[in-house]
Design a protein around this ligand. Structure first.
Ligand code: B12
Ligand code: SF4
Ligand code: SF4
Length: 260
């Protein structure tokens, strides 16, 4: 799958994805992880958050594949300063959503030709507009597959940080699950030593003990209006820019600095 993502040529089959010449977003190598569809944490996710189980998505599910497409370093850095989402971040959001949709479509078709049934939930924009939740969480799937852990900012922090986008695919093929990390990847979860993302949030949606998703969404929509030349969208990500976990597992990175 990494090979497919690496060698990816925009498919004419996906009109949402612009031709390669038009794409400006640069990304780092994708990360990939696998969870067993019967992992008990999926049941936990169903009970605690009302998520669908892999079997409700695909009755013959065996594996949940989760991938992270990290944005190029300069894109993540561009969203560090100020309170308005940078043009580069907004463009990366739009282009990477389109890439995930195209990738999902191609993977499902490719596996289908081999007789393997698969379903890929969309990257976003399928959530309940009032409650602002969806019944499938790429983040939770990533956590179960060992791609990363949750940060204080509620996003998933992978080995390449949180500055990028997640996709997942439920498939009927059996693949050995990836081990989950033993340690958290967020410095706050590790030893309470960081709260940078809270200070970065322009809408105060993000608090140590809560998250006001409506306030976050309002700001995301405002940014969408500012960047309306791109396409109507909802985007911010200031909590993911200019923080220790933007581009790396912040706990490992700070341990490495202490060792030097
Ligand atoms: C609805 C939605 C929103 C809503 C609400 C967000 C929210 N956090 O609730 C709004 C519009 C506000 C929003 C904003 C943003 N979003 Co959004 N959003 C989604 C969407 C479509 C569904 C999320 C959802 O409803 N899940 C259901 C709920 C119940 O689950 P959850 O939020 O994923 O997490 C629950 C559990 O995991 C659990 N949990 C939390 N901590 C822990 C810790 C442990 C140990 C455990 C076990 C569980 C646990 O608690 C959560 C329930 O409150 C997902 C795509 C998807 N389908 O997954 C993208 C997604 C979560 N968004 C994403 C991003 C990047 C953003 C923004 C930065 C906007 C931007 N692109 O610039 C902001 C960040 C806001 C923030 N700090 O979280 C990415 C996250 C990437 C990452 N590295 O984690 C996703 C995965 C899209 C993608 N395809 O990449 N988003
Ligand atoms: S900025 Fe600090 S506290 Fe916030 S999620 Fe990243 S590592 Fe955790
Ligand atoms: S995306 Fe923006 S508004 Fe939402 S929590 Fe992060 S910094 Fe705050």
């Amino acid at each position: 799958m990494v090979e497919i993502a690496r060698a990816y040529q925009p498919a004419a089959a996906c009109p949402a994805y612009p031709s390669r010449q038009q794409i400006q977003t640069r990304r780092q190598e994708p990360l990939l992880a696998f969870a067993h569809a019967k992992d008990p944490l999926f049941v936990d996710c169903q009970m605690r958050f009302g998520m669908r189980s892999p079997f409700q998505i695909l009755p013959q599910a065996r594996t949940v594949v989760v991938y992270f497409l990290p944005f190029a370093v300069e894109i993540v850095h561009s969203n560090g300063p100020g309170t308005i989402a940078s043009y580069e971040w907004v463009l990366a959001y739009v282009e990477t959503n389109a890439l995930i949709e195209a990738l999902s479509r191609e993977l499902v078709a490719w596996l289908g030709k081999k007789g393997i049934a698969s379903v890929a939930p969309p990257p976003t924009h399928n959530f309940d507009p009032l409650r602002l939740v969806r019944d499938w969480s790429h983040k939770y799937a990533g956590f179960i597959a060992g791609l990363g852990t949750f940060g204080l900012h509620r996003m998933q922090i992978t080995a390449k940080g949180c500055g990028g986008r997640l996709g997942s695919l439920v498939t009927a093929v059996e693949i050995e699950p990836t081990p989950r990390p033993d340690e958290p990847t967020c410095l706050f979860a590790h030893d309470g030593g960081c709260r940078r993302c809270l200070n970065r949030c322009p809408s105060q949606a993000l608090q140590e003990k809560g998250f006001n998703r409506q306030a976050c969404y309002r700001l995301c929509l405002e940014n969408g209006v500012r960047h309306e030349l791109l396409t109507p969208t909802d985007v911010c990500g200031k909590c993911a820019g200019g923080v220790p976990c933007s581009l790396r597992n912040s706990v490992e990175a700070s341990a490495a600095i202490r060792r030097e």
